[in-house]
Design a binder for this molecule. Structure first.
Ligand SMILES: [Zn+2]
Length: 55
């Protein structure tokens, strides 16, 4: 079923909720988001570590 691709399992209530939902509509569980800013922050950290390592 292609429907599976649009849903994810909520760790709070084990129900299928829309994949793009930030909060579970059933139990209110807040899904931990991985926003782009976090990834950028990680890359900046790696970059700074590399700079610190080489200089
Ligand atoms: Zn839930």
């Amino acid at each position: 079923m292609s429907n599976q691709e649009k849903t994810k399992e909520c760790p709070g209530c084990a129900m299928d909720v829309p994949k793009d939902a930030d909060v579970c509509p059933i139990c209110g569980y807040e899904f931990p988001k991985q926003p782009l800013s976090v990834k950028i922050g990680v890359w900046i950290l790696i970059f700074l570590l590399l700079l610190w390592y080489f200089f």
